[in-house]
Design a protein around this ligand. Structure first.
Ligand SMILES: O=C(O)CCC(=O)C(=O)O
Ligand SMILES: [Fe+2]
Length: 163
């Protein structure tokens, strides 16, 4: 994982550029394109180790996963804000499978259109969280900062790009 092509793109908030508070890499079985905050990213072809995990997760979920967004949270200061994975490339009702490695981090949930957190799940090393069809339109999720966490976490969110 350490030799992946890590990127730290900037997102535009209120007209100002901010680097995302984590590193990410976009991998797949083909050079799939995906659009994120107004920028296009082309997938690097995944190494055999990741292809093997994708095969297992495809068998587990019944969905042929052909791409993965890898997130590296260097410590508890790194995070991901509230969002749903509702990019058009994923189709109307995606299944997304999220494998966690390293430090345990809380995964927070809220209903779409609300601001209050409705629940959280501690994602520990080796855990697999499957967000099933219907979830992205009804719920948002986030990975909040945790000041006490001093060690890194890598998260692989397997997806099926359908366009
Ligand atoms: O790090 C996590 O568990 C969440 C990652 C996530 O939501 C995403 O990659 O879209
Ligand atoms: Fe997500």
């Amino acid at each position: 994982m350490t030799n992946l092509c890590w990127q730290q793109p900037s997102i535009t908030l209120y007209g100002k550029q901010h680097p995302i508070p984590r590193l990410q890499a976009w991998l797949g079985d083909h050079p799939h394109k995906y659009r994120y905050s107004g920028q296009d990213f082309i997938a690097d072809i995944w190494p055999d180790s990741v292809a093997d995990i994708a095969r297992d997760i495809s068998a587990e979920t019944g969905v042929l996963m052909n791409s993965v967004l890898v997130n590296l949270y260097r410590d508890g200061q790194d995070s991901m804000g509230w969002h749903a994975d509702d990019e058009p490339e994923l189709g109307p009702d995606p299944v997304i499978a999220s494998l966690s490695l390293g430090a345990t981090r809380d995964f927070a949930l809220r209903r779409t259109g609300t601001t209050r957190q409705a629940g959280r799940i501690a994602l520990s090393d080796g855990s697999l969280l499957v967000m099933k069809a219907g979830m992205q339109s009804r719920w948002q999720h986030a990975l909040p900062k945790r000041a006490r966490v001093k060690s890194p976490r890598i998260n692989l969110t397997f997806r099926q790009i359908i366009v």
